[in-house]
Design a protein around this ligand. Structure first.
Ligand code: F6R
Length: 247
């Protein structure tokens, strides 16, 4: 299903409420909530609302385990552009999540060690019983995570090469496209697909054409987000601008 809200602030609050409801239900059951998280501009409002709920309403993240979708490769965790830095600044530094419950792909590995790390990332998600929830943005290439065009529907966590458009879109953060890493470690389409609930969010006019392809286009690895059409537990949450080309 597709849900369109007037603006991204309202939409972000709704998504944050859904996440908070899941966390509380798991707390009451004495269980952990296993969340797949995204970086980038899109989820910032969701994280801000979760922080507000923590500070003002006592929402606790003590039972929350997180797996981030991706990280640039190579990337030092303390670099300004790392997804570790992003997550710390936008969410983790402001809530009571346990450090040992945070998982983000490791951008510091030797390339030879990446395959084993990726298998272990998958194993760890499975050992927790799988992802209860996965939050997604979408890139203008149609990527989810960093699953660029050509990604297989059953792909797992792996090292990938970033699309030129993705590197151009990231160039502002890095002070030029030439400084954007050419690779990344990402959960696969298959990893994402196994989550019990998936929300893909998109805001602004610049996402309208890729949202049309993702939601209404032919299912194809040319636009990896189209694979989400095959799932019955995916919801696309859009603002009016991102939804403006849907028929
Ligand atoms: C981020 C990620 C990417 C972004 C996508 C959109 O962890 O996996 O797929 O969600 O590139 O980025 P923004 O939100 O910056 O437009």
């Amino acid at each position: 299903p597709v849900t369109v809200y007037d603006n991204q602030d309202i939409a972000s609050k709704k998504v944050a409420q859904r996440i908070a409801t899941l966390i509380k239900a798991k707390q009451e059951a004495g269980e952990k909530a296993i969340l797949g998280l995204a970086t980038g501009a899109t989820p910032v409002g969701v994280y801000a609302e979760l922080i507000r709920m923590h500070k003002e309403e006592g929402l606790s993240f003590s039972n929350v385990v997180t797996f981030n979708l991706d990280e640039y490769f190579p990337m030092k965790p303390n670099a300004a552009q790392s997804y570790v830095t992003f997550m710390n600044e936008q969410l983790f530094n402001h809530i009571d999540i346990k450090k040992e419950n945070i998982n983000i792909p490791d951008g510091t590995l030797a390339e030879n060690d990446v395959a084993a790390f990726c298998l272990e990332y998958e194993r760890k998600i499975s050992a927790y019983g799988g992802l209860d929830f996965q939050l997604l943005g979408i890139g203008r290439t149609g990527h989810i995570g960093f699953n660029e065009p050509g990604s297989a529907p059953n792909s797992g966590t792996r090292l990938v090469t970033l699309d030129d458009l993705t590197r151009r879109d990231a160039s502002r953060d890095f002070g030029g496209k030439e400084n954007v890493p050419t690779k990344a470690i990402t959960m696969g389409v298959g990893t994402i697909f196994k989550a019990r609930e998936i929300i893909l969010m998109a805001w602004n006019q610049k996402k309208a054409s890729i949202i049309k392809k993702a939601v209404e286009g032919e299912i194809s690895s040319d636009v990896p987000a189209t694979f989400l059409q095959l799932s019955d537990h995916v919801e696309f949450i859009l603002d009016k601008e991102a939804a403006s080309e849907l028929t």
